[in-house]
Ligand binder design. Structure first.
Ligand code: PMT
Length: 400
């Protein structure tokens, strides 16, 4: 699990978004973190400490004068035992106090006494966020090395619309995981394809496959967390864009091909790594009917297929090709077919998976094939597989 062994202080301040901190807490503990919740008195007006206590399995601290810490130094004890402090939601008042080093309750005092990184997820009305005083405070915090996650734009609890919504718990969790991830790929540009392609036959019909995009999106996320500048060319999927990833949506193999080639060729070329995870249709209809195909009287419709370009093989054949990684989805003879694909496409690394284990779902079992041989990884969540793949790519690049 990505946060195994990490000790996080989750600070909760008094805003409506405090209810989302409970979901965040579940995500943090689910990722393996040990979480100590500290609330402001105002936060307890929105959600009771009992909720956080039940979800964290730890007593929740609110009061400076809590006698449960024997030497009455709660602010020191709590901040010293943490790998990071994450305050979510962080109100305008909390940001102001922290920017100016004020310490008038347990949370603000332990934040001032910290010797670990501080991350804040602001949440407030859009006018409060845009107020010059808040802008100044956020600038001061950035200069002090405080990491500001969000806020997002959208509908607000007060009925207004704009910047100030707390970033969703899932995105905050991802940011924290990214924060702790080793930065194997700092300074590298990574381009990848993910998801299925959709090859139209007429305005409403087409040929596609069951790729959900999960494996590719997990690799995009892991690469961004490892410090790479990531561009994701995505077929049609129903997944949110991972943080710090530039996403380009395409539908067909030809569109995917054009978007990839534009980025690896030409004047702004500079891609260091290309990872092809998309399940690209090998064929497309030669002609897309402009009208919906009608049932032909007395016969079946005839569709002629033509071959799609092999994006990965084409990128790998470029004179200054990036480090290319392919995926092979097979229903049988995984080792033989994956090795053959690696050789045929002239790529240094291919990731083999069985279609019954790789397509859809949150888990996968893969074998990595490179010059050194085969490296089977144990069955794991796609996030973990992606993390190990990125680490393997970084090692191979280092050896080059
Ligand atoms: O999206 P998920 O539901 O999480 O599923 C993940 C996955 C099973 C789709 C993924 O792990 C995977 O195996 N992706 C590659 C699927 C595939 O189509 O493999 P292939 O054996 O047909 O192609 C070999 C390689 O060439 C792949 O890297 C593919 O992206 C690339 N290719 C193939 C055809 C083509 N025209 N252009 C390509 O770039």
């Amino acid at each position: 699990m990505e946060l195994n062994g990490k000790r996080i202080v989750l600070g909760v301040t008094g805003g409506v978004a405090a209810y989302k901190a409970a979901t965040l807490l579940r995500g943090l503990t689910g990722a393996g973190a040990k979480v100590q919740v500290v609330m402001t008195a105002a936060a307890t007006r929105f959600v009771t400490p009992v909720t956080f206590q039940a979800l964290s399995g730890q007593p929740v601290f609110v009061d400076m004068w809590d006698t449960r810490i024997s030497d009455n130094m709660a602010h020191i004890a709590l901040s010293r035992s943490a790998d990071a402090i994450l305050v979510a939601p962080a109100t305008a008042d909390f940001l102001a106090k922290t920017a100016h080093g004020q310490a008038d309750d347990l949370l603000s005092t332990l934040v001032l006494a910290r010797n670990c990184p501080l991350l804040v997820a602001p949440a407030m009305n859009r006018q409060m966020w845009e107020n010059p005083a808040t802008r100044r405070n956020v600038d001061l915090l950035a200069r002090d090395g405080v990491i500001c996650l969000g806020p997002d734009a959208g509908a607000q609890a007060c009925g207004e619309e704009g910047d100030g919504r707390m970033r969703e718990p899932e995105a905050l969790l991802e940011s924290l995981i990214g924060f702790f991830a080793p930065k194997f790929l700092t300074g590298k540009k990574l381009l990848l394809t993910a998801g299925p392609t959709f090859e139209a036959i007429d305005p409403v019909r087409g040929i596609t496959n069951l790729s959900s995009g999960r494996m590719g999106y997990a690799v995009a996320r892991a690469a961004a967390a490892a410090g790479a500048e990531v561009t994701l060319v995505s077929g049609p999927v129903a997944l949110p864009t991972p943080p710090d990833v530039t996403r380009i949506d395409v539908r067909s193999a030809l569109e995917m091909h054009a978007e990839v080639m534009r980025r690896v060729k030409g004047s702004d070329a500079g891609t260091d790594i290309f990872v092809a995870i998309a399940a690209v249709a090998d064929y497309r209809a030669e002609r897309i009917s402009p009208q919906k195909l009608k049932k032909a009287a007395g016969g079946l419709p005839e569709i002629r297929f033509v071959e799609n370009p092999d994006i990965l093989a084409e990128v790998a054949a470029l004179p200054n090709a990036p480090f290319c990684v392919g995926f092979a989805a097979e229903s049988e003879n995984l080792e033989t077919y994956a090795r053959q694909k690696r050789e045929r496409k002239h790529i240094p690394l291919i990731v083999g998976n069985l279609i019954q284990e790789g397509f859809g779902g949150d888990e996968n079992r893969v074998i990595l094939f490179d010059d050194a041989g085969s490296h089977p990884l144990p069955v794991a969540g796609k996030a973990e597989i992606a993390r190990q793949l990125i680490e393997h790519i970084a090692h191979l690049l280092e050896k080059k």
